[in-house]
Design a protein around this ligand. Structure first.
Ligand code: KG4
Ligand code: ZN
Length: 339
């Protein structure tokens, strides 16, 4: 029969529900929110409202696609944090009502840990191989950039983190300066494929240890564009692809520099990518080259598991279920949540 978990994700601007049976993914439904596009970023209040509208239909569809009846669900896993509080409240409240009605346990999941657990999902899209412990995870998303040593399904240690902007934020903020729609990461990726990556140079941070910094790059990009546009107002339009490629190249170089140091420090030879930015084709390619050069075993998630999704919440919930890590019914979401 197996253990059936219903996963719920509502930390930012995607409402998602997924069903797993043991490690096997049965469905993963994601409703994105178009409403934020015209504001150039996520508007928290609009996000909560859209979650409220989406959550019941999304769960319904996830169950139908999985061919699972509510009575067959063993536990519900939900994102407790980190994220936007109003968005998290929708998922948490739904979890409370649903589990009370079905008399099943409720399992809190840390969104960031869940991103790193995607390599354990079995699905048609997955390669079938999972990392063994310990492995190093490069978690790159819109809100976070971290190097994490994953010791087991529940024990993860942050080796390095960004001290200011996340890598996804660097993509999105610089993309905005290029006049690209939000979120800009995928647009930069697409443009970069036709551009020359070594044409323009932007500043790279010099900070100690394994921490990251991306705010200097954003400023250097801004001033560079401002100066060039003074000489030629059409500079961005005529050089867009080269600008995107050079920007992407710089972000990847920054990411890989600290990754190399952290791999050496931890002594592991397994590395896994996670988070929205791991959809970036340049980063994937660069990671493959690095892995070949240093003899690393590399795990890259399928595209469908890179950005926010409930499959990652369900699989994390499954491993917590096996340990009996259940939440009590007075639980509240956390905008900041550590592990
Ligand atoms: O993990 P995620 O869906 O949400 C957070 O938890 O933050 O990540 C979203 C981020 C955005 O900044 C988006 O621009 C970036 O991932 N992203 C990309 C690509 N696809 C998504 N960045 C670069 N290249 C891509 N192909
Ligand atoms: Zn995320």
């Amino acid at each position: 029969m197996g253990t059936v978990i219903l996963g719920i994700e509502s930390s930012c601007d995607d409402t998602s529900a997924a069903v797993t049976r043991d490690r096997q993914l049965l469905s993963n439904v994601i409703a994105g929110q178009e409403v934020h596009r015209k504001y150039g970023g996520v508007v928290p209040e609009l996000a909560s409202r859209a979650h409220q509208q989406n959550i019941v239909p999304v769960v319904d569809r996830a169950l139908r696609e999985a061919g699972v009846l509510p009575g067959e669900i063993d536990a519900l896993a939900f994102t407790r944090g980190p994220g936007l509080l109003g968005s998290l409240l929708v998922g948490t409240s739904f979890a409370k009502g649903y589990t009370a009605a079905l008399n099943i346990p409720m399992i809190e999941v840390n969104h960031l840990q869940a991103h790193m657990m995607v390599h354990f999902i079995q699905s048609e899209q997955s390669s079938g191989s999972s990392p063994s412990f310990p492995f190093l995870s490069l978690l790159v998303s819109g809100g976070h950039t971290q190097l994490v040593l994953v010791r087991d399904y529940h024990t993860m240690e942050i080796i390095g983190r960004t001290i200011d902007d996340a890598a996804g934020e660097a993509f999105d903020k610089c993309a905005k300066l290029l006049g690209l729609p939000y979120p800009g990461g995928p647009h930069v990726d697409r443009l970069a494929q036709q551009g020359e990556a070594l044409r323009f140079k932007f500043s790279k941070p010099r900070i100690e240890g394994y921490d990251y910094s991306f705010s200097g790059l954003k400023t250097s990009f801004l001033y560079f564009l401002r100066d060039r546009q003074k000489e030629d107002p059409g500079f961005i339009e005529t050089n867009k692809a080269d600008l995107a490629a050079s920007l992407q190249h710089t972000i990847i170089e920054i990411l890989l520099h600290k990754l190399r140091l952290a791999m050496k420090h931890t002594g592991t030879n397994q590395v896994a990518l996670a988070g929205g930015v791991s959809a970036n084709s340049g980063l994937r390619l660069a990671m493959e080259r690095e892995a070949e050069r240093y003899g690393w075993e590399l795990f890259i998630p399928p595209f469908s598991f890179t950005t926010d999704n409930a499959a990652m919440i369900a699989i994390t919930g499954y491993y917590r279920y096996l340990k009996g890590y259940f939440s009590s019914d007075d639980i509240a979401p956390l905008a900041r949540m550590y592990f």
